[in-house]
Design a protein around this ligand. Sequence first.
Ligand SMILES: [Zn+2]
Length: 467
Amino acid sequence: MKIYNTLTKQKEEFVPIREGKVSMYVCGPTVYNYIHIGNARPMIMFDTVRRYFEYKGYDVNYVSNFTDVDDKIIKKANEEGVSAEEISKRYIEETKKDMEALHVRPASVHPLATQEIDGMIQMIETLIDKGFAYPVSDGTVYFAVRKFGEYGKLSHKDIDDLEGGHRNINVAGDEKRDPLDFVLWKPKKDGEPYWESPWCQGRPGWHIECSVMSKRYLGDTIDIHAGGEDLIFPHHENEIAQSEAANGAEFAHYWMHNGFLNIDNKKMSKSLGNFFTVRDIQEKYDLQVLRFFMLSAHYRSPLNFSAELMASAKSGLERIRTAGDRLLELKEQASGQLTEEEQNLLQGAAEYIKKFEAAMEDDFNTADAVSAIFELVKYANTHVTDQSSKELVEKIYQMMQNLMNILGVDLTTEEDDLDAHVQEMIAKRQQARKDKDFALADQIRDQLLAEGIQLLDTREGVKWKKV
Ligand SMILES: [Zn+2]
C-alpha cells in the first residue's frame, strides 16, 4: 500500500510501526459553530482511509480531537452571553450528529483539549527544561523555533525566508526572542476560561493540544497524522517541533493532507456568500450523495462543489443503487447454486474488486476506486439475469456491498429502513424482558421471525439476520 507523504513529497510504501496495527491522528474541528462542508472533507476522507485499513484486516486506533478552547469559542460565548463550555458542548453534540449523518464513524477516542491541560503543562515544562521553550514576564511561554533544527521540514519552507516575512511583526519591547517563536501557553484575559499553571493563570496555545493528545492516546511515534492542507503550516509544522523536541522521537511516519474545497471554483467564504454548513447541504441533498461526491475526486486535488457536480454525483449513486435493488429483486425469485459457467462470471467480477483495491492502495485513489464500482455495476447489469442462480446473485450483491461499505455509502436505502425497523423491535423486546414480560418478548421475536428476521442473542448484544 502506498501513501503520499507530505514530509517526503512522494508516495511511500506503508510500513506500520506494529504489524497489523495502524495508529492514526486526525486534527478535528474547533467547536464554535456547525461544521462547514470544508470540515466534512477530511472527516469523510480519513474515515474512508480507516475503513480501508480495517477491510485489509488492520486494527486501527483512530484518534480525533475536538478543540474546545479557542478565541472563536470565547467570542461566540460572549455574543450569546453564555459560557464557553456551553458553546463547545453544544457544538460537539451537533458535530457528532453531522458526522453520523455523513457516516463518519466515531473515532476510537475523541479527546477534548480542556480535559488534557495537565498533559500540556507537562509537555511545556519538558520543552522548557530541554531549552526548547521559555517563559516571559507576563507568563506567556514561547517555543523557540530556531532551537529545533528541522523546523520547516514538513512544509518545505526555509526558516530564513519565514523570518523575512515576519520581520515587521515583532513589536518593540516584546520579550519574544524571535518573531518565528509561537505560543505554547498564554495568560488569561478578563472573562476567559483559564487554568492554573507554573507560569500564569491562562490557557494553552492551539498547537500544543494535538502534540499532547496524540502522545497520550497513541504514543510518541504514530503511523499517520492527517488533516486538511491548510494545517500543514504552521499547525502541523509546530506540532512536529513540539513533539519531536519534547519526546526525542519522530512524531509521525506518514503525513496525509487533503486538498481545499472550493465552491463554484471560488474559495468558500462568508463574505462571498458561498459558505455552506453540512446542515445547509442536508436541506437540499441526501448527505450520502455529498459523501459519494467527495470520494469521487482524489483527496489531494482541490475539490469543486457545485450544484451540477452534485447532480451528477446523485445520478451516479442512483445508478449503483438501482443495480443493487435489481440484484435484491432477482435474489427473491432466484434459487440454486453456482453453475460452472457462473464460476467464471464470478471470477470476472472479482477483477473489479482487484481494480478497486489497486486504486485504494495507490494513495487511496477513491476516484479510480469509484470507477471500479461503476464497472462492476455494468458487469452485473449485463451478466446477472433472471436466469442466474441465487448464489451468483447473492455473491455479486455482496461484492458491491463490500466495496460501498469501504466508501461508507449504503448500496441500498432499503437495508437502512429494514435495520431501523429491526432495531426498534429489538429495543421493545429488551424492554419487555427488563419488565419481565416474557410473553411479549417471545411474541416480538416470533413476529420478526414471521417477517424473515431471526434474532441472535450474542455476548456483544442482540444481532439479527435474514432467514
Ligand atoms: Zn492538530
